[in-house]
Design a protein around this ligand. Structure first.
Ligand code: ZN
Length: 170
């Protein structure tokens, strides 16, 4: 398959703030989208990408923390344990890093690209990515986790991102 880079929506795009809809059935068009999302994530050297980030409010995300692509549809986090702070970035909010406290491990139930229901325990970096991407499906962004000081630090940068989006410079 040729590399298809989907356009990544950036801060200020309404898609990033909407709640995504559950996928009824994974068919050829969903699989095409999933492959394009994996390709886009790789092109941008990301470790996770959620459908709203490419303009589609569907409950789909892809991740790859170095051990191959992980495709998650209609996720539900069933269990969280431990906690730990990590500095996170987001392809939709370039050059912004926020320290976020999240569970160290999660049990997630989801449907895979072949419509099979799966339950998986994720630890470490993958657990963080799963929580970050699940936030995207609920319209939540890293900046919502920021402290007031961090919000203040990035205020101008976020305004610039919003402005450049409106004037059409991607
Ligand atoms: Zn993100």
């Amino acid at each position: 398959m040729n590399a298809i880079g989907l356009r990544i929506r950036t801060y200020g795009d309404p898609c990033l703030r909407k709640k995504s809809k559950a996928v009824k059935e994974v068919g050829p068009s969903e699989r095409f989208l999933i492959n394009a999302m994996i390709e886009t994530m790789r092109l941008h050297k990301g470790i996770g990408l959620a459908a709203p980030q490419v303009g589609l409010n569907e409950q789909i995300f892809v991740a790859d923390v170095g051990d191959g692509p992980f495709v998650v549809i209609n996720p539900r986090i069933l269990k969280k344990s431990g906690s730990d702070v990590m500095e996170e970035g987001c392809l939709s909010i370039p050059d912004v890093l926020v320290k976020i406290k999240r569970a160290e491990s999660v049990v997630v139930s989801y449907v895979d690209e072949n419509n099979r229901p799966v339950e998986r325990k994720c630890d470490g970096l993958l657990a963080k990515v799963v929580q970050h991407e699940a936030d995207h499906l609920n319209g939540k962004l890293i900046i919502d986790h920021a402290t007031l000081a961090e919000k203040f630090k990035y205020k101008k940068q976020l305004q610039e991102l919003q402005k450049s989006r409106k004037s059409g410079h991607s």
